[in-house]
Design a protein. Sequence first.
Lengths: 353, 353, 353, 353
Amino acid sequence: MPKVLMKGNEVIAEAAIHAGCKNFFGYPITPQSELVAYMANRLPEIDGLFLQAESEVAAINMVYGAASAGVRVMTSSSSPGFSLKQEGVSYLAGAELPAVIVNIGRGGPGLGNIQPAQSDYFQVTKGGGHGDYYTPVLAPSTLQEIVELTKLAFDLADEYRTPVVLLGDGMLGQMMEPVEFTEEDMKVLPEKKWATTGTRGDGAPKVISSLELNDVNLENHNHTLQSKYEVIKQREVRFDTYRADDAEYMVVAYGTVSRIAKSAIDEARENGIKIGMIRPITLWPFPEKPFEEYRDKVKAFLSVEMSAGQMVEDVRLAVNGKAPVEFFGRTGGVIPNHSEVLEAIKSLAGGGQ
Amino acid sequence: MPKVLMKGNEVIAEAAIHAGCKNFFGYPITPQSELVAYMANRLPEIDGLFLQAESEVAAINMVYGAASAGVRVMTSSSSPGFSLKQEGVSYLAGAELPAVIVNIGRGGPGLGNIQPAQSDYFQVTKGGGHGDYYTPVLAPSTLQEIVELTKLAFDLADEYRTPVVLLGDGMLGQMMEPVEFTEEDMKVLPEKKWATTGTRGDGAPKVISSLELNDVNLENHNHTLQSKYEVIKQREVRFDTYRADDAEYMVVAYGTVSRIAKSAIDEARENGIKIGMIRPITLWPFPEKPFEEYRDKVKAFLSVEMSAGQMVEDVRLAVNGKAPVEFFGRTGGVIPNHSEVLEAIKSLAGGGQ
Amino acid sequence: MPKVLMKGNEVIAEAAIHAGCKNFFGYPITPQSELVAYMANRLPEIDGLFLQAESEVAAINMVYGAASAGVRVMTSSSSPGFSLKQEGVSYLAGAELPAVIVNIGRGGPGLGNIQPAQSDYFQVTKGGGHGDYYTPVLAPSTLQEIVELTKLAFDLADEYRTPVVLLGDGMLGQMMEPVEFTEEDMKVLPEKKWATTGTRGDGAPKVISSLELNDVNLENHNHTLQSKYEVIKQREVRFDTYRADDAEYMVVAYGTVSRIAKSAIDEARENGIKIGMIRPITLWPFPEKPFEEYRDKVKAFLSVEMSAGQMVEDVRLAVNGKAPVEFFGRTGGVIPNHSEVLEAIKSLAGGGQ
Amino acid sequence: MPKVLMKGNEVIAEAAIHAGCKNFFGYPITPQSELVAYMANRLPEIDGLFLQAESEVAAINMVYGAASAGVRVMTSSSSPGFSLKQEGVSYLAGAELPAVIVNIGRGGPGLGNIQPAQSDYFQVTKGGGHGDYYTPVLAPSTLQEIVELTKLAFDLADEYRTPVVLLGDGMLGQMMEPVEFTEEDMKVLPEKKWATTGTRGDGAPKVISSLELNDVNLENHNHTLQSKYEVIKQREVRFDTYRADDAEYMVVAYGTVSRIAKSAIDEARENGIKIGMIRPITLWPFPEKPFEEYRDKVKAFLSVEMSAGQMVEDVRLAVNGKAPVEFFGRTGGVIPNHSEVLEAIKSLAGGGQ
């Protein structure tokens, strides 16, 4: 198929449709409103369902309902709106319902502003809601990667019966790049025997619920969930490396920041600093393997984020004291430029010598 | 004052009133409803204000309003309800508003059940909402400690202009113990010059907001917040140790679980295992110091929680690879008994030898 | 087509589907919940959209959205739920949007009970919401008449761009009778050039709104509405008479009560009382013509209602002092039986001599 | 006390406070927002409670709660907001709870505009919500009359245990006039033995509810309500007349429109037309007596309203065919001027000759 020039938010929407998602419930919030608008426009054309809900809370609960009926369903929001959905995400996880939830992060905390930020890392990776649960979190860095990861998000959701988060930031949502959609056969979606589509009087009604009053039964259910999370950790970790093989220093960055970091790394290499990058693509499960591989080889790690320091905790856990872990970040919607990342690298390499 | 026999939930309420809190907004949810009921009964008697809100979301936003007016204000909930408040907590943090939020944790995820759990550790310590913020989290283990920590919660909230979380579980909320309230002079509350109590035409209106559209300004605001968090980390860490001095193994436990752990430790000592305990009282800031002190001395740590393993991450970060960190937990509302904790200790000591 | 035995609530739902309604937004409330359940079951089968909203308020506003897009859309509720929709009905009327709203009345005021009542006559005929508007109100008395009037409701809604109310009571909703659905060509629905279905870049966007800040413009809009209401009053009045030709006394009753009244009238005739009935089928516009015809002939009118006396006001307005107008009613869910209606008739006839 | 110059909305608020109302729950909507703002400012000063609710629906239900506790409580809104409160008003009526609800009407239907209108006459006098209930409706025409009628509203509410509506329009709310508040002894409020203020373990709990599942009991409750409404109709009708004694024609107008009508009447008198006015002060109960007195004397009535014709129905019912009833109205926020009312009078007098 030919390449088309689109906005990041629109690419998410179109990729979801290509993945067979015909149901969207949402509430507009900058900087992801183009996604909602695109869905409002496109879904009726393909006999899909778009509904702008009364609130973020209503939207996530409609997702719960649609997911229970076995259809592919998506909602999207930006940071404050995602916070409002936390109870619903915990319910989806508890009831083992597949759904894709997009979070296009913006500057916070509170109302903050509408500039890009990565300060929702904690709330998407540590289970921002209540109870012991995790959701796979996918963090694309280019619009073409959005196409792949949005498809993957729906597949993971269905395979593991879990909500999946697609995490971007305002920069990714607003930028335009040419993308290519591959043909997908939207009709061969996985069968969902558990879906509550009605018994038509044949057999006992299926029940989807996260309620379990008996503590032993609820613990057994938690064991099931934790076993599932272990399988996901085994199988579904995704990451990328850049000039890592001979690296003495290692940047860690994800999403749009990894693109800025690449420029800085190239420039640092020209300055004689042997530096590479680990780019987590799944933020949960966090890619521990490459850190185990490199933590004894490199002199120091540098986590670069558009936050006050959140992923850096997972980096520290993965490095486990085997090497220094430093941090460089900008917040409040300020996008780091490659020269200040370069300075941070120089400082790291200087400090590490 | 004489000791009185009360339920944990009621002790929180009465301690809040002793701390000068005359404003409560909430929504009933088991297992913390006695707290709401107590406030409904008591506050009108002392010319205070109790309001049962339309929803958890409404309640936390009423807290925002009352806090803006400079009064001491509290809300309380249990796990799913706390998730719904996440956006509001981020707003309180962003607007630097003092408030006390009680979370009496229950089994999850989702609707779960109404038995005790500690599986909200992540959502209260990692900033369950959006943006870079933390809230001090206090975790009492006895009803008498509730009295102290509730008072402390209000004082920290006012001193640092921050929401503070008081974290318990259904066991703590429902148990009865004799407690003693000390006389507090409720009238000498700290003056709040920033409060929006009206200018009466004198001077420019004060504004309380978490909105800051300019990214550089919002980053500066984040620097202010982060500096405040550094100060809190310096000054406000609280923890307790138990038979730690000569310990070769160390349990880490908080809240009600620490009481069960004590019995298990005593019994383990009788079995010849030199084991002690670090009990974090502030979950954020997490007490790193005692781990730095003991991590080179002990053979292994064992985090015991009523969760699938959440605090254990902070333990690993604090131990930083200097010693093995194991985990024992029960979930879904199952309370670990001291003999299974003892077994876990024996297994740790066996495995560590 | 063969006759099928169905519940009244289900007949409304199936008749709506026959009328080409593929969109339903609602919230369950007794005694109309079978309607919601039927739609939840049937609409997905025909590629329609069923959505259980967060609240009655949400449901009516979703109806507003769907109606704006030009599709046939329905919501339904019972008395307290209908009250909550009043703002939305006024918005639909102000924006001239076609929609069908079902009200299956129950005992009130307040929470009341779930037994049949006609005490919502005022709120459906006098514009229960704000501003100068009316909605056509259709009141079927049999399940077969439901089939006709539900179809008519959608046709009137589209023809006059107005919300239309279908008013029943719990008895009508719960009773079972054989009904026959005629084949309808659901595809030839009226074209709606005003619908906001997107311009695809071609021409100026259409706007649906009830906002008009300029008072003169809003008055002009009100003139348009009032002219439309005049046309509806001219063309769309529907009523039935029973044994009216030689009547000396006249019962006025609608809906299920008219069926009870018929038995009483037959018995009264056997007792020598020349009595007939006017049965309004449209409650708004109220059928004034038959009253103008009979008010000089009959000795007295008797309005029989399951209310404390509401339609009786419209009867008095239509009779305009030309004859006495008496009232007999039961309330709170009590269904009048034919013998007490007969007594009321005897008392009327005795008193009128 | 000295006269003070205030806005109408503020006069309502201050008069409520003079009447002992220390509890206000509301939601801002133009053109009554000054009332809310005034309460927000004043109530904290007198240890009262002001709460801006999450929505109009929340506000009216908070009124229900406060009224149940026996305190004097008020809410206020404008037309669309009042529609949203209809369910709550029906609940207050059903539960026989005293409360004062202010409606400062604006142009409609739907969102309309923020100019003055009287097009909520139906929804306040005919029980805009479900079930058989009425609320006394007071319609002041001057700011000084607001002082009296606001006090009266609270007294009627308490005496008859009923919600009472104070109906104004944007003009009345926004105009400024000097008013005088008389000293009221706010402390001697009527005792409310039925209030649910807690039993303190002494006796059975009191219950406030509008639920009555048994139909016969609910009908009995309706008889109680209807009997109460009869008593109110006997005792509490209020109206005023102007130059009515020798009138051959009669204007009917209420609220601000009656002031415009007076000028027109004076001018008509100078033109030799013997015309007077009946001004209903209570819209419900509607003053039927003066119509019974004058309907045989005058040649015609003219209802003048800022609506498309609503009160005119009650005028027709009261006149009962004994004289022609004409209507003149402006809508959409247009305020009739005295010269067009004069023209309407001339046309009436011409047509009546």
